[in-house]
Design a protein around this ligand. Structure first.
Ligand code: AMP
Length: 201
């Protein structure tokens, strides 16, 4: 199964991708994580874009994604954070055929509110939200006890820029692909349930 999860920042698509990937034995590919975990020259190259909330250049992103997909063989996957615009979608269409595209929809106000309250684990990457999915302690991860951190691009300026790009470039992918829309303003378990139902049909 090859899936794309679309949704604005804070919609919970990363959290859902993790849950669904583990349930269906899929690879969870977060392009944001691929970039955040990059090293050396590549890290230097992408950092400036990321910290200001801009997209890294398509050509670079497509090359990184292509390498990742090639390493998977026949294994199914969930793309989380890719494609971000029509040019990326068209390149992806040349590489592989996607089975289902799921859009997790939340309002802009909710997105900002959630991102401002977001914390992630510096070690295992688990994402918490002080309001909707709080960690047991505000400072440490529930799972590996490592310190929780705020992403450097979860600042007001970058958030504004990222949401602006989502609405001007990424959202239009819902016209390019047949998309199944889910209300992301429901509890995490309810959203997962709906996705599982769709994937089991
Ligand atoms: P995310 O973790 O998906 O919110 O992505 C964090 C940042 O990584 C974005 O703001 C971009 O700078 C970069 N990024 C992630 N995915 C892509 C992509 N498909 N194309 C270009 N830039 C990306």
């Amino acid at each position: 199964m090859k899936l794309i999860f679309l949704g604005p920042q804070g919609s919970g698509k990363g959290t859902q991708a993790k849950i669904i990937a583990s349930k269906f034995g899929l690879e969870h590919i977060s392009t944001g994580d691929l970039l955040r975990n990059s090293e050396g020259e590549l890290k230097k190259e992408v950092e400036e874009y990321m910290n200001s909330g801009k997209l890294v250049p398509d050509e670079l992103m497509i090359r990184i994604l292509n390498e990742k997909l090639s390493s998977l063989g026949d294994k199914g996957f969930i793309l989380d954070g890719f494609p971000r615009n029509l040019a990326q979608a068209k390149e992806l269409d040349k590489i592989t055929k996607i089975d289902k595209i799921i859009e997790i929809d939340i309002s802009n106000e909710e997105a900002v509110d959630r991102i401002v309250n977001r914390l992630s684990c510096s070690q295992c990457g688990t994402v918490f939200n002080l309001k909707t999915n709080p960690p047991k302690s505000e400072d440490f991860c529930d799972f590996c006890n490592s310190p929780l951190i705020k992403r450097t691009d979860d600042n007001e300026e970058a958030i504004k820029k990222r949401l602006e790009i989502y609405h001007s470039e990424t959202k239009e992918l819902t016209s390019h692909y047949p998309t199944i829309k889910i209300n992301g303003e429901q509890p995490i378990e309810k959203v997962s349930e709906e996705i599982i139902k769709i994937l089991s049909e």
